[in-house]
Design a protein around this ligand. Structure first.
Ligand SMILES: [Zn+2]
Length: 326
């Protein structure tokens, strides 16, 4: 290749690009001439305070709202939920029952009803002689129904328990003298560990049928269940209803002074004889003698006959019993 042609080509390339550059400059100058804003940007990069408008850029520095957000984000008021655990103490209902405290020889439930929630505990036991004294069970049921309708008669410091039938087997067998004993032919009021005797002089005592004192003190499941129930509580008053006619027997060997005072209080609102009628019977293994020996003021109270519950009178007895203080 000749050197002269190479020079020509180089000159042509240089001239071509020089022409392009000049043309570009001219086009740019013309565009700037027609766009003053673009021209101003290039000549002075700092923004020109055009007109009287304030520098609106300062508005972007007013994000005060974002600072208040952080203030509300402090949940310092939330500790209040610590007060809600109060409903953990569920109130004890006024009454409850039947509470089964054991079973009879034949498997019948021994049912207790509770009324009130006070610390002073009182106990009424009925139906110890089953069907022979069925009106004591009827009285217990009447008192249970009345207490359900009139909870206000139970003082707030008192809890009353009623065992409606200690001898349900006898009550199921017969509603006469044949229903006195439990299914083992035991007289449950001869079965307690208070002067318990296997046999006794029958003079002046109940002798219509054969009755046993049990194979030993507290041999019967009915006696054992009630003993355990009494020992699991702190009773300071007990009435054991029987029938009929002999009156009010304070418990204890010897008879306790507190039982005598309770007997006087009950006698004051009833026609039941006190001191009780003495038939000359030797009482052995009696429940109220055992409970009074445990320090519980205790009474046997005998209804007037074998049919009436003496309800109105026993309502007065109940009110005296609930409000009595040792
Ligand atoms: Zn009796």
């Amino acid at each position: 290749m000749a050197a002269s042609s190479s020079r020509k080509l180089r000159r042509f390339v240089i001239g071509f690009w020089a022409f392009n550059l000049c043309l570009g400059l001219l086009v740019t100058a013309a565009w700037l001439w027609k766009n003053p804003a673009a021209r101003a940007l290039i000549i002075s990069p700092t923004p020109i305070p055009t007109g009287t408008d304030p520098p609106t850029a300062t508005a972007s520095f007013v994000p005060t709202a974002t600072f208040t957000l952080t203030a509300t984000a402090v949940p310092s008021d939330t500790p209040t939920p610590t007060l809600t655990p109060t409903p953990t103490s569920t109130p004890i209902p006024f009454s409850e029952g039947p509470i089964v405290i054991g079973t009879s020889v034949e498997g019948r439930p021994l049912e207790v009803y509770r009324f009130g929630t006070g610390a002073t505990e009182r106990l009424i036991v009925a139906g110890m002689h089953g069907g022979a004294e069925y009106n004591t069970i009827q009285l217990a049921d009447e008192l249970i129904a009345y207490l359900g309708d009139h909870p206000e008669i139970v003082p707030p410091e008192v809890t009353l328990y009623i065992l409606r039938a200690l001898n349900p087997d006898g009550a199921a067998r017969s509603h006469d003298y044949l229903g006195r004993t439990n299914a083992n032919l035991v007289d449950l009021n001869r079965n307690w560990p208070a002067n318990w005797q296997k046999s006794w002089n029958p003079t002046g005592c109940w002798t219509l049928t054969y009755v046993s004192a049990g194979s030993g003190p507290a041999s019967e499941p009915e006696t054992q269940a009630l003993m355990a129930f009494i020992q699991a509580h702190h009773f300071d008053g007990l009435i054991n209803y029987h029938s009929a006619a002999l009156g009010i027997f304070p418990g204890g060997i010897p008879i306790s002074e507190a039982s005598k005072r309770l007997a006087e209080a009950v006698a004051a609102v009833s026609t039941y004889p006190y001191p009780p009628i003495n038939t000359g019977c030797e009482y052995t293994g009696g429940m109220v003698d055992w409970t009074a020996n445990q320090g519980i003021p205790s009474l046997d109270v005998e209804l007037t006959d074998h049919t009436d519950t003496d309800f109105e009178m026993n309502l007065k007895v109940l009110q005296v019993f609930l409000n009595w203080k040792q």
